[in-house]
Design a binder for this molecule. Structure first.
Ligand SMILES: Nc1ncnc2c1ncn2[C@@H]1O[C@H](COP(=O)(O)OP(=O)(O)OP(=O)(O)O)[C@@H](O)[C@H]1O
Ligand SMILES: [Mg+2]
Length: 200
């Protein structure tokens, strides 16, 4: 059971908990679930961010990107790493997700090879495009920020401390972040790049 009166974020209130893998004989608040997710994500953080991951460890291929979501949420949700089948208020139409994600992989390979952008801008564009596609039912924000951080780490930069908790609804940092994403939607990446350059 779940206390669904409290929403963690404004994008996807957790009204569908059918895929929850936690024991059914307990009542969970959204905070409980968020903490379980954070524990799960911590394993991926250790795996990919404690030392620079090689191209083999983090290939930025389509399959690897999908698996990364599973690594982050697979202990908590049975839809982790699986493409969403439903339409959400953010994201491309569900039937276009595969195509768009594969296009992003090709873009990353091209940007890398041709040094189209500097490392921060490439990480920013990966983050923005990944969350704009919104491949999964939930966790897209955290997954896309992780993707960007892995890219930064792989390319000699330190990961951004997004301070996930402080991205909660009322926090001013969250509105700064969402605002930067909205500007990026319009093709202006500067504010979001600045957030990626920031060292806290
Ligand atoms: N206008 C927008 N354009 C692009 N992305 C957006 C926009 N508004 C919100 N988002 C992104 O969608 C995310 C919410 O998606 P989702 O709930 O799947 O991710 P999450 O990881 O659960 O959330 P969070 O990022 O808050 O931790 C936001 O955090 C943000 O990254
Ligand atoms: Mg969410």
């Amino acid at each position: 059971m779940i206390d669904s009166t409290k929403s963690i974020d404004d994008a996807t209130p957790l009204d569908d908990t059918s895929g929850l893998k936690l024991p059914k004989n307990q009542v969970y608040t959204l905070k409980d679930i968020y903490e379980k997710e954070a524990q799960n994500i911590a394993n991926a953080t250790i795996k990919y961010l404690s030392a620079p991951p090689s191209k083999k460890e983090a290939s930025f291929s389509y399959i690897w990107m999908m698996d990364l979501h599973k690594e982050m949420f697979g202990e908590v949700w049975d839809w982790a790493g699986k493409l969403r089948k439903i339409e959400l208020s953010i994201g491309v139409k569900a039937y276009l997700v595969t195509e768009e994600l594969k296009k992003l992989c090709d873009d990353i390979e091209y940007w890398d090879k041709n040094k189209t952008y500097d490392v921060f801008e490439t990480a920013t564009r990966i983050h923005h495009k990944a969350v704009q596609i919104h491949p999964f039912q939930n966790g897209n924000g955290r997954w896309s920020r992780m993707l960007a951080n892995i890219y930064l780490r792989q390319n000699g930069k330190m990961p951004v401390k997004w301070q996930e908790d402080s991205l909660a609804k009322e926090n001013p940092k969250r509105s700064e972040y969402i605002q930067a994403l909205k500007e990026a939607d319009k093709g202006n990446f500067e504010s979001l790049i600045k957030l990626h350059r920031k060292t806290y």
